[in-house]
Design a protein around this ligand. Structure first.
Ligand SMILES: C[S@@+](CC[C@H](N)C(=O)[O-])C[C@H]1O[C@@H](n2cnc3c(N)ncnc32)[C@H](O)[C@@H]1O
Length: 208
């Protein structure tokens, strides 16, 4: 398997999208549930040599694709981390400027979401950003059989972990659904045909 670029993403909207989300040069970024790294590579381009992007996933094959692309293109500021799906994060307190959780939470139980959000609140610096894209969450039963929940419920859960809702960015996130009907021929997908989703940004309050 190889990484197939999306026309208009790697060569166009990727970097400005990550900038709009809040990534800045020198930032330390965590992408939790990064899959093949659609957001990792433009984030790495924005943070530059003085920054770093940690890319966590539990799918070995997906992370191998990310690692191969990172090696081929000689990215030195990306750290891929294969996990077993644990929600505890092996980072010190207050070390991250921005954490991405995009299209990941729909498979998690409420308890797991709470654990992850508490961990993210712990590793974020004061003022640091949690950026989420909440695909599928209303429609899907998760792996534990819990029913889906609304965006408002998810926002309330995230705030209960100590992160304050900041703003929404409509049609900013890209839903890189891996098995959608618009992926008939890998390598020929254009950004134009992919769904655009609202991004919800939160920040860590002082004193947490
Ligand atoms: C639908 S993909 C989204 C990928 C990426 N965030 C994007 O938007 O392109 C969800 C990814 O989250 C990962 N994931 C889900 N739960 C996880 C966990 N507990 N630990 C690590 N990765 C997880 C899955 O393995 C999968 O690669």
């Amino acid at each position: 398997m190889t990484y197939h670029p999306v026309i208009g993403w790697e060569d166009g909207r990727g970097v400005p999208t990550l900038e709009a989300i809040g990534v800045r040069p020198g930032h330390t970024v965590l992408d939790f549930g990064c899959r093949v790294g659609r957001y990792v590579f433009p984030a790495a381009a924005v943070v530059g040599d003085q920054g770093r992007v940690y890319a966590i996933d539990k799918e070995k094959d997906a992370l191998e694709i990310l690692k191969r692309k990172a090696a081929e293109e000689e990215w030195v500021n990306i750290t891929p981390i294969l996990t077993s799906g644990e929600l505890t994060l092996e980072f010190d307190d207050a070390t991250m400027d921005l954490v991405l959780v995009y299209d990941v939470m729909h498979r998690m139980s409420q308890r797991d979401r709470q654990l992850l959000m508490q961990e993210i609140a712990r590793v974020l610096k004061t003022g640091g950003i949690l950026s989420t894209m909440l695909c599928h969450t209303e429609k899907y039963e998760n792996e534990q059989g819990d029913p889906g929940c609304s965006t408002d419920e998810l926002i309330a859960e995230i705030e209960a972990a100590g992160l304050s809702f900041d703003r929404q960015l409509p049609a900013t996130g890209v839903h890189f659904e891996c098995d959608g009907s618009y992926w008939p021929h890998e390598g020929t997908v254009s950004l134009d045909v992919l769904e655009k989703e609202t991004v919800f940004n939160f920040f860590k309050r002082p004193g947490r």
